[in-house]
Design a protein around this ligand. Structure first.
Ligand code: FAD
Length: 492
């Protein structure tokens, strides 16, 4: 393995790491990006699925949608010369009620009873109010943070409503829809952060807002474009196994173990060591600083020399990935459009709680389906315990069960896709779940304040520790840029 020297070593070539490296290199710093996978993009990934004739259909295996509040990503997409297109949303939406009855509707009100509608509105208003009380950059500083972090989102909703249908349909937007964990496993504080990071809870509920646009050519193109700029500075198939980040001098190590107190006093950078060495499978990089741009659930895969401070080693054990299967079903045509349906469907509490038209870009896509590419694609999601149930089934039965769910929303034509694919990020060694990580009950208020503080020369960047754009590509981009800015100040 060669040893090279750089100003900054970036570990992880997801959107956060690529943005950090791109920003640093543009500012004249030398960088090396070490990426475990044989590709850049992390949890964004342009893929293809074949139909029986061998024809390939484009799919986005990972993150894809951009919402209007995600302004840093929107600007970057433009800067990189990429373009976006809108999700198809013409026609009626479908709601499948708990008793299995199917209703079509338009607008943003689910066709539920008046009582349930009132309860849903009440819960949404309550969540919106809590969002206004939170500073998204420090949710742990909210006056009732500890209290909200000590109660599960499910129990908190139950404190405020006894209408199960209302609770299920409000839960969707955070539990299965975002954190991809059951609502009893994460706190109300964590749920409010999710909403606050998108501007309001109402923004999460509005699919036309939160699932607004896609990048033509796929979201991974954002990282691929930055990789073009970085050229040979990106080292693929280079997992980092060890990171030497500080003196092994016992006195310094002891001081760093007491870093928690220093961090709170804002002096953590002061006694910080100046050098790091990252050992990957293909290259060793000596640098002045490191950016650790991997999801927090993977921090422990690297051996730190010396070990990270006590408080971080404890905190990192309380952050875990959610679990969701992203379902892609390609059809001869977007048959639902011919029936006057948008392809959007919701059903709180069901195995498939949301489905959308995810047809690929064609020149006339929105108003007039593209004749060159007549196929239609549906995307849907199966979260947490439902995902476990599905993975436990034989592949054929799994597919039938999922397609039957799509048919409950959009009709029997959904049973006959020409191509079918399940995104399985939980089986990816360098991700281990989807969409992102969150704290277990009580963790955000206890340890959240540590997540963005550098440890000596190690800076952290990831969508999962972002404020705005938390758990989204926009948050990753913001984090990469933020950390690059801090490093530039330090290296002045
Ligand atoms: P990652 O993308 O996870 O990148 C981290 C990188 O670090 C990876 O490339 C990994 O291989 C690498 N790595 C890990 N360990 C090491 C190591 N030891 N050495 C070297 N490299 C290492 N977001 C949206 O905005 N819109 C969406 O519609 C959306 N949908 C999603 C759907 C799915 C199925 C998934 C999985 C995610 C989705 N997301 C979405 C979330 C979005 O993809 C992530 O928030 C974003 O990719 C996070 O970027 P990141 O750089 O912080 O982390």
């Amino acid at each position: 393995r060669p040893t090279i020297e750089r100003d900054v070593v970036v570990i992880g070539a997801g959107p956060a790491g690529m943005m950090a490296a791109y920003t640093l290199k543009k500012a004249g710093k030398s960088v090396a990006v070490l990426e475990a996978r044989p590709r850049v993009g992390g949890r964004t990934w342009n893929g293809k699925v074949q139909d029986a004739s061998g024809k390939e259909h484009f799919i986005e295996i990972g993150g894809q949608w951009i919402s209007p509040d995600q302004t840093r990503l929107i600007d970057l997409v433009e800067e990189l010369g990429l373009t976006t297109f809108s999700r198809y949303r013409e026609g009626q939406n479908v709601y499948v009620a708990p008793d299995g009855t199917r209703h079509t509707y338009s607008g943003d009100q689910l066709p539920v009873s008046d009582t349930t509608a009132t309860e849903i509105d009440k819960l949404i208003d309550l969540l919106n109010t809590k969002v206004t009380e939170m500073d998204v950059t420090q949710p742990w500083a909210m006056p009732d943070a500890a209290q909200l972090d000590a109660i599960s989102f499910r129990d908190w909703l139950k404190q405020h409503s006894d209408d199960q249908e209302a609770i299920d349909n409000v839960s969707i937007y955070i539990a299965s829809g975002m954190l991809t964990k059951p609502a009893h496993t994460f706190s109300a504080l964590q749920a409010i952060l999710m909403a606050a990071s998108a501007g309001s809870f109402s923004n999460l509920v509005d699919e036309d807002f939160i699932l607004d646009k896609r990048v033509v050519g796929g979201m991974q193109s954002v990282s691929l474009k930055m990789a073009e700029y970085l050229g040979d500075d990106v080292y693929l198939s280079s997992p980092v196994r060890q990171l030497d980040w500080a003196t092994t001098d016992p006195e310094t190590a002891d001081a760093l173990n007491n870093v928690a107190a220093d961090v709170r006093n804002g002096v953590v950078d002061d006694g910080a060591p100046a050098e790091v060495t990252a050992y990957s499978d293909t290259v060793i990089v000596q640098a002045k600083t490191a950016v650790l741009a991997v999801p927090p659930n993977l921090y422990h895969r690297i051996q730190y020399v010396p070990p990270l401070p006590r408080e971080q080693m404890v905190a990192h054990q309380h952050i875990s990935m959610g679990l969701v299967i992203k379902v892609h079903a390609v059809y001869e045509t977007p048959f639902w459009r011919d029936k006057g349906l948008s392809g959007t469907g919701f059903g709180g509490g069901r195995m498939v709680q949301e489905v959308y038209d995810n047809t690929n870009y064609g020149p006339n896509l929105v108003d007039d389906h593209d004749a060159e590419n007549p196929h239609g694609t549906l995307v849907s999601f199966i979260s947490d315990v439902h995902a476990e149930t599905m993975w436990a089934l034989p592949a054929k039965e799994r597919k039938q069960r999922i397609l039957a769910e799509l048919a409950a929303y959009l009709g029997d034509e959904a049973l006959e896709p020409i191509a079918f694919f399940l995104s399985d990020m939980a089986a990816e060694e360098w991700t281990r779940g989807a969409y992102a990580t969150s704290y277990d009950l009580g963790g955000l208020s206890r340890w959240g304040h540590l997540q963005n503080r550098p440890t000596g020369s190690i800076y952290y960047a990831c969508s999962d520790i972002a404020a705005e754009g938390y758990q989204h590509v926009d948050g990753a981009i913001r984090q990469g840029e933020l950390v690059a800015g801090r490093i530039l100040e330090r290296l002045q």
